[in-house]
Design a protein around this ligand. Structure first.
Ligand SMILES: [Ca+2]
Ligand SMILES: [Cu+2]
Length: 301
C-alpha cells in the first residue's frame, strides 16, 4: 500500500452494479424552489467539468448540461447516520469486514484497523466520532442504503462539481474562488493538511482529523464542507473523461468516484480539495476520511 492520502484501498469486492450516469432533471429553467430541510436548491445549467491545470484524470474539460436538484447543505453527520442505523438496523461494510482503513501517521501507510467503524473511525481503542462531524468509515453501499432510507440519492460527480462551482460554471479552482485555503487574515477556508505530508500536520486550521460540519463557512449556494474535511462518495464510476461517451460495463475492480478532498489533503500531494479533483475506491471500501452527502430531484416535490 503506497503513501497516498487518496490512494484507494481496493479490498476484494465482487458486487456488480448498474451505472446511473444520466443526469436527472429538466433543461427547462426552473424557478428557485423551497428546499427540503437541510438542503439547498441547486439551479441547473451548463458547467465545464474538469480542468487543464489539474491531474490527467481531470482532462479533457467538457461541457455538461445539469438539471436542477436539491443538495444536502453538509455531509451526513455521525448523529444522522446513527438515526439511520437505529431505524434500519443497518450493518455497515466495515462492521461486516471487521476492519477499515486508517492512515498511520507514523508510517504514512494505509492500514486496515480492526474494529474501525463509523462510530469509532480510528479503531475500537480510538475516540468515538463526534455527533456533529461527517460520518466516515462508510462504504458506497452504506451511503446508498442511507440514501434509500432518506428518499434521496448520491449525486453524480458532474452534479457535485456543478454545485461546487456554485452552479455558475465558476472557474476558480476552489468552492470559494481562487484565494489560497489559508486565506487572508489567517482565516482558513477548509479543513485540510498544513505542514508536510505525511510527516507532520501542524493543524494550523485547528483540526488534525474531521471537523464539525459548517465550521469553515459556505459557498455561494450555501453548501459547506465541499473542500476538505471528508471526501464524498458520488454515484459515478471512475472512468477517464476521454472514455465518457463509450459504453461501460463495471466489473469487480471498478471504482466509484469521490469528490472534495479531506483533512489529509495537502497542496503538494494530491491537492484534492479543488472542485475538479477526483478520488476513487471500490464500492465496499471504508476509509476514515471518506463520507457522503446526498441530493434529491426537484420533481419529487
Ligand atoms: Ca486540518
Ligand atoms: Cu488527498
Amino acid at each position: 500500500m503506497g503513501v497516498g492520502a487518496c490512494a484507494a484501498m481496493a479490498t476484494a469486492g465482487a458486487a456488480l452494479f448498474v451505472s446511473h450516469e444520466t443526469i436527472p432533471g429538466s433543461r427547462a429553467i426552473a424557478p428557485p424552489l423551497e428546499a427540503p430541510s437541510g438542503m439547498v436548491y441547486v439551479p441547473g445549467g451548463t458547467t465545464r467539468i474538469g480542468t487543464n491545470a489539474g491531474g490527467p484524470d481531470e482532462q479533457p474539460v467538457f461541457p455538461a448540461d445539469v438539471g436542477p436538484f436539491f443538495m444536502d447543505v453538509a455531509p451526513v453527520t455521525v448523529a444522522r447516520f446513527r438515526t439511520f442505523v437505529h431505524a434500519t438496523a443497518h450493518v455497515t461494510s466495515a462492521e461486516r469486514a471487521g476492519d477499515a482503513g486508517v492512515l498511520d501517521a507514523r508510517t504514512g501507510m494505509w492500514t486496515l484497523v480492526p474494529g474501525a467503524t463509523w462510530h469509532h473511525p480510528l479503531g475500537s481503542d480510538g475516540p468515538a466520532a463526534p455527533d456533529d462531524h461527517p460520518v466516515t468509515q462508510v462504504s458506497w453501499h452504506d451511503a446508498t442504503a442511507y440514501a434509500r432510507w432518506a428518499g434521496k440519492r448520491l449525486p453524480t460527480e458532474i452534479e457535485w462539481e456543478h454545485a461546487a462551482r456554485g452552479a455558475t460554471d465558476a472557474r476558480g479552482q476552489y468552492p470559494w474562488g481562487t484565494e489560497s485555503p489559508t486565506g487572508a487574515n489567517g482565516r482558513h477556508h477548509a479543513n485540510i493538511w498544513q505542514g508536510t505530508f505525511p510527516a507532520h500536520n501542524t493543524a494550523a486550521d485547528g483540526f488534525l482529523l474531521t471537523s464539525a460540519v459548517g465550521t469553515f463557512g459556505a459557498n455561494a449556494l450555501g453548501l459547506t464542507d465541499l473542500a476538505g474535511n471528508v471526501w464524498e462518495w458520488t454515484d459515478s464510476w471512475f472512468r477517464s473523461y476521454h472514455d465518457r461517451e463509450r459504453p461501460f460495463t463495471p466489473d469487480a475492480r471498478s471504482e466509484r468516484v469521490q469528490r472534495g478532498g479531506s483533512f489529509l489533503c495537502h497542496e503538494d500531494y494530491c491537492h484534492g480539495y479543488r472542485v475538479s479533483a477526483r478520488s476513487h475506491s471500490t464500492p465496499e471500501t471504508a476509509l476514515f476520511h471518506v463520507g457522503f452527502r446526498l441530493v434529491q430531484d426537484t420533481a419529487r416535490r
